[in-house]
Design a protein around this ligand. Structure first.
Ligand code: NAP
Length: 449
């Protein structure tokens, strides 16, 4: 259903009331309920994964992994929350010039209130729980706006939290198209924090949102820089896995290969041999390449491919499309004047740009308005560190394709790729505020004095 504004208001009111009681619920009890929800989620992995297969054409095996990984994420969040939220800080005043030790400052973390979570279609369960878990353990209530495609899986996932016994109103799901209900939600006065993962929509939201903390995980154009001394079999395997898993519909997919000319032919040949073996077809058959999420996505991808064709890119495979199903395609000899050199296709099409120096590769990477992840392949760790330091990306993987995970690793984008940092600990911290209580003593007090 498309929720109305009145229904959203009701949800927000309920979330506000439920949060007050939840903030008084002992931390261990909040953790206990999260562990319970994690177990229920894992128990229901098969039907939820079936929704992911049908709604977003996620290959069957990957769909099950997404649900299991989400259960693990919730459990880990419960444990991490108990540790980090159970601790505060004591500061004494005489460390700052001009003060005696007559003030003790006790600081701890308090919840923000109502957190609005908006995940994208490609991980409707995992990228929802990565917001739900931290929000709830920290004492917030949560309103989820699931992606339209993936909403059924998300509803079932939220139901697992309800089955676990979370209080009424604490976690709600508001369905409806982002283009219709999005502004009303993100500008709602009842919202105290927004955690969003998606594309450029996030930039628009951050301009419209009020004075609330924002966690924005947006798009990327993850560069893969390959040096001459790299293990070329490892490179080829990672380009195929990184660029084509879930048909390239991953924020951290390899989205441009920047390869030294001397090894380019060999790597392109190895990648093409692997691409020829990928299974293309429906997600139920566990195909490697499945239809992309919408017809408009497929049309957008086709536009990038046709632009590259007109401008003279080398097609390593014939371009083939049936409906939303696009066969894997490697485009060699891509140049910076082609759109595919800069734009995120979010599909199984990967450009290769041949470079003559490392500096050229770093320059291309840093000229992008994105800065999510990147990777570098070399056997020389000293070079790898220098290149990693030079790349303006939130994370650089050395000798592996970019990846969001394990889920407790910090995960963040620079420039148009995001605001703030994710990862379990960072998300918990982001969804809290520091609160101080200062004890003023009538006279200075010194320990051991
Ligand atoms: P999207 O179009 O930006 O949508 C993301 C979410 O925002 C969906 O739930 C969508 O709902 C909602 N939405 C749309 N318009 C809205 C509005 N005006 N106000 C509030 N919410 C609104 O992105 P997508 O196509 O689902 O996902 C692909 C993009 O996500 C890619 O750019 C990818 O790189 C990025 N991504 C980033 C990360 C990361 O962690 N950095 C991870 C995964 C994906 P509807 O479905 O109803 O439109």
């Amino acid at each position: 259903p498309a929720c109305t504004q009145e229904e959203v208001n009701k949800v927000m009111d309920a979330a506000k009331v439920a949060q007050k009681a939840w903030a008084r619920t002992p931390l261990w009890k909040r953790a206990e309920l999260l562990h319970k929800a994690a177990a229920i989620l894992k128990e229901h992995k098969t039907p939820i994964a079936e929704c992911l297969v049908k709604e977003i054409a996620k290959p069957a095996k990957d769909a099950v992994s997404e649900v299991v990984r989400s259960g693990d994420l919730v459990s880990y969040t419960a444990e991490e929350g108990v540790r980090i939220l159970g601790e505060g800080k004591l500061l004494v005043s005489d460390s700052f010039p001009g003060n005696e030790r007559n003030k003790y400052c006790l600081s701890s973390k308090v919840p923000l209130g109502v957190v609005l979570a908006i995940p994208p279609f490609n991980y409707p369960v995992n990228l929802a729980v990565s917001k739900i878990g931290p929000a709830l353990i920290a004492g917030n209530s949560l309103v989820l706006k699931p992606p339209t495609q993936g909403a059924v899986a998300a509803l079932h996932m939220v139901h697992c939290f309800h089955l676990a016994g979370f209080p009424k109103g604490l976690i709600s799901c508001v369905t409806g198209k982002g283009s219709e209900i999005g502004d009303f939600l993100t500008m709602h006065p009842g919202v105290n924090c927004i955690s969003f993962t998606g594309g450029d929509t996030g930039i628009a939201i951050s301009k419209k949102a009020g004075m609330v903390p924002l966690q924005m995980e947006l798009g990327g154009k993850d560069a893969c820089i390959v040096l001459e001394d790299a293990d070329l079999d490892l490179v080829a395997a990672n380009i195929v896995k990184g660029g084509f898993s879930y048909s390239g519909q991953r924020c951290t997919a390899v989205k441009v290969v920047l390869i030294m000319e001397a090894v380019a032919d060999t790597v392109v040949e190895k990648v093409n041999a692997k691409l020829a073996k990928l299974k293309v077809g429906p997600p139920e058959d566990d195909s490697d390449i499945t239809p992309v999420v919408t017809e408009s996505s497929a049309n957008f991808i086709e536009g990038l491919v046709m632009d590259a064709k007109e401008k003279g890119a080398t097609f390593c495979q014939e371009y083939r499309r049936e409906g939303n199903l696009i066969w894997p395609l490697l485009l060699d000899h891509v140049r910076p004047d082609m759109r595919i050199a800069w734009e995120e296709p979010f599909g199984p099409v990967l450009p290769v740009i041949r470079i003559n120096s490392v500096e050229e590769g770093i320059h291309h990477c840093n000229a992008s308005n994105f800065g999510l992840q990147g990777c570098v392949f070399t056997r020389d760790i000293n070079k790898a560190i220098m290149i990693s330091d030079a790349m303006e990306s939130g994370t650089v993987q050395i000798n592996s394709a970019p990846a969001r995970g394990p889920d407790h690793f910090p995960f963040q984008g620079l420039k148009d790729s995001g605001i703030g940092s994710q990862g379990i600990t960072n998300s918990i911290n982001m969804m809290t505020k520091v609160k101080s209580t200062v004890i003023n003593l009538p006279s200075p007090s010194y320990t051991m004095g």
